[in-house]
Structure formats: structure tokens, C-alpha cells
Design a protein around this ligand. Structure first.
Ligand code: KG4
Ligand code: ZN
Length: 338
């Protein structure tokens, strides 16, 4: 008999957020504590793996205690511990994995290794009931993927980036415009103030392909800035941001809509850090406003890295009977699955 009120403790340390969350029944978030390290990485213009690991070590016990306190539970109430096993920075992942193993061993609780992207996708379950088949557009700092799901826990990759991830392109373009790290939110803000006036390419790739490519677009932005400088011309950063964002959003939305129709899905989910992008959220809503397909867009705090999403995905694994051993290791190349 399925226990619909299992309490899962989730741990996420794959990149620069130390996060612990406690989720009941796969949907009810009892606590969701996230400590961001962005301030420490900003001056380096990106995440420094060694610094990330050190911060995870320093923060982990504090965040864990805070998550238990806020949820008003003790370790005795926890049914299982879900932890991000991969993909991510190996040193960063290891802090979460070792914390989870220590807790599982000390408190004799089941351990569940969880895929970071499965977490991003299942963040949607925290706000809506999921109906299969569905399509998820995953856009983060490391991933840009279209994932088809025939049923719960079943992932089929139908398209992915061949070079840069969408978030990576945002961050690199932001760096060219001398904006602070992470650049995505800054470009997004500037884009709202500018007009789409700089012609930039869109990589549609071969007919019918659901793959993406953003490196050509990124290079085009860098070249445009460079050429303008040499000619002593001024391009408004707002206009460049608006033009870049329009090119990214155009390809993401067009391919998502086409795939959703071809695969005849009931829902389209948006997932990952770039899901916080205002331009993308607005364009997706517009694209699906007259469609039978239901569009689900999580609130911002479930788009960027958090542990509630890991607990949500971990709940699915728990119900399917998945248990990891105490030999669980961090796996930066982990394949998408439950
Ligand atoms: O999912 P996430 O928090 O971490 C990874 O798993 O990669 O995604 C981080 C990425 C960064 O590249 C960041 O610039 C981007 O998400 N991002 C945005 C926005 N907010 C975060 N990109 C565009 N517009 C935003 N509003
Ligand atoms: Zn992420």
C-alpha cells in the first residue's frame, strides 16, 4: 500500500546553492532552506568549484538544522533521505552525498540518489498535479533539453543543446556586457527596457530537429559588441539584451510548441534556472494560451536550485522502491532517470 504522506528530506549541493528541504507526500513543502553562495563567486565571474565545496561544508549542518526546525520535525519523522547524486560539480555533489549517507547510516533511513534534472522537472509537482504524457523544457546553467515523459519517472530526451546551455549563453553574453555573475537575471531585466533592434541569428538546425545550439548566437553578440567598439559606434546594452533574449526565446518556444503538438502531450512544464526568465515565461504563456495543452510554470523559488525539487523527485523514486546503498558516490555524468 502506498504511503501518500511519507516525509522525505531532500539535500541539494550540485553547484552554488546549499539546500535542504522537507516535503510531505511529494507535494507539501514543510520547509525549503536555500543558502546561496553567489556573493562569494561574483568577484571571480563564475562558480569556483573549490570555494563552492568549502561553503557547502560550512553551511550544511546549519541549513539541515534549520530545515528540520522550520518543518517542526525530527529525524525520527523522516521516511527517507533524497540527495542530488549528479550531474554537477563533483566536489560540491560529494558534500551533499556524504551528508545524506551519514544521516542514513546514523538514523537507519533509506537513501535515495536523485538526478538534478529530474528534480528540476518534478519541482512542477509542488505546484500542480502532473498529467502524462507531458513534455518538459529544461533550461538551466548546464542543460537545455526537451524531455518527453510517457508516464511517471520515465524520461525520454527528444532534444538537447549541441554546445552551450541556454543559461551558459546568458552568463557569457552578460560577461561581454560587463554585467555581474550570474548574468541571466541582469540580461532579463535589461531586455525589458530595450527594443529588439540588433539582427541576431537563430539556430534552427536540421528540419524536424529538437536539438538546440546557442554558441553561434553568443559569438554573434560578442562580435557585434567588438565591431561596434572598433567603429566607435554605440549599441545600447538594453537593445542588445532584448535582441539576444528574443533570439533565445524564439527558438525555445517554437521548438517546445512543435514538440508538444507532435507528441500530443497533456501538459508542458518549464524547469531549471532560466525558467525564471520573464521573456520566456511570457512568450510560453502566449504560445499556449489558446491550446488544449496545459502549461505549468513554477514560481521563481522552485526554478533556481533548491532541495524541495530533490525531495519531490525522491518521493517518486521512494514509491517506486528505489534505494541507494551506502556506497553511493557523486556522479557528474549521471543519466536522467528516477
Ligand atoms: O538551475 P540553475 O539554478 O542551476 C543549474 O542547475 O545550472 O540555473 C542557473 C542558470 C544561470 O545560468 C542563470 O544565469 C540562469 O539560470 N538564470 C536566468 C534567469 N535567472 C537565472 N537566465 C535568464 N533569465 C533569468 N531571469
Ligand atoms: Zn539546476
Amino acid at each position: 500500500m502506498e504511503n501518500k504522506s511519507e516525509i522525505i528530506l531532500g539535500i541539494e549541493t550540485s553547484c552554488d546553492e546549499t539546500a535542504v528541504s522537507i516535503v510531505k507526500g511529494g507535494t507539501e513543502v514543510l520547509s525549503n532552506v536555500v543558502a546561496s553562495q553567489i556573493e562569494s563567486h561574483k568577484r571571480f565571474g563564475g562558480v569556483v568549484p573549490e570555494i563552492a565545496s568549502r561553503h557547502h561544508v560550512e553551511e550544511m549542518t546549519v541549513i539541515l538544522e534549520e530545515a528540520l526546525r522550520k518543518a517542526e520535525v525530527t529525524m525520527d519523522d523522516i521516511d527517507a533521505i533524497a540527495v542530488t547524486e549528479g550531474p554537477g560539480l563533483v566536489g560540491a555533489l560529494l558534500i551533499g552525498v556524504n551528508t545524506a549517507k551519514a544521516l542514513a547510516f546514523a538514523h537507519q533511513k533509506p537513501l535515495i540518489g536523485t538526478h538534478h534534472i529530474a528534480g528540476h522537472i518534478y519541482a512542477n509537482q509542488l505546484v500542480s498535479e502532473l498529467k502524462y504524457p507531458l513534455l518538459s523544457l529544461v533550461v538551466s546553467g548546464g542543460h537545455t533539453e526537451l524531455v518527453y515523459m510517457e508516464s511517471e519517472g520515465e524520461f525520454t530526451l527528444i532534444g538537447e543543446t549541441r554546445d552551450d546551455a541556454a543559461g551558459e549563453a546568458y552568463d557569457k553574453v552578460a560577461r561581454t556586457l560587463k554585467l555581474p555573475y550570474p548574468g541571466g537575471p541582469h540580461i532579463d531585466r535589461l531586455a525589458q527596457e530595450g527594443t529588439e533592434s540588433v539582427p541576431l541569428p537563430r539556430a534552427w538546425l536540421e528540419k524536424g530537429s529538437y536539438d538546440f545550439s546557442f554558441s553561434g548566437l553568443k559569438s554573434a553578440v560578442i562580435n557585434t559588441v567588438h565591431n561596434a567598439k572598433q567603429r566607435n559606434e554605440e549599441i545600447k546594452p538594453e537593445d542588445l539584451a532584448a535582441s539576444f533574449q528574443a533570439a533565445v526565446v524564439d527558438v525555445l518556444v517554437t521548438k517546445t510548441k512543435r514538440a508538444a503538438e507532435e507528441y500530443d502531450v497533456k501538459q508542458v512544464l518549464l524547469a531549471g534556472g532560466v525558467a525564471a526568465n520573464k521573456g520566456l515565461r511570457t512568450a510560453l504563456k502566449e504560445a499556449f494560451k489558446d491550446s488544449e495543452i496545459e502549461l505549468i510554470i513554477p514560481p521563481l523559488h522552485y526554478c533556481t536550485d533548491n532541495a524541495a525539487m530533490i525531495a519531490a523527485a525522491g518521493t517518486i523514486s521512494y514509491r517506486k522502491g528505489k534505494r541507494s546503498s551506502l556506497h553511493l558516490n557523486a556522479n557528474p555524468g549521471l543519466e536522467l532517470g528516477i
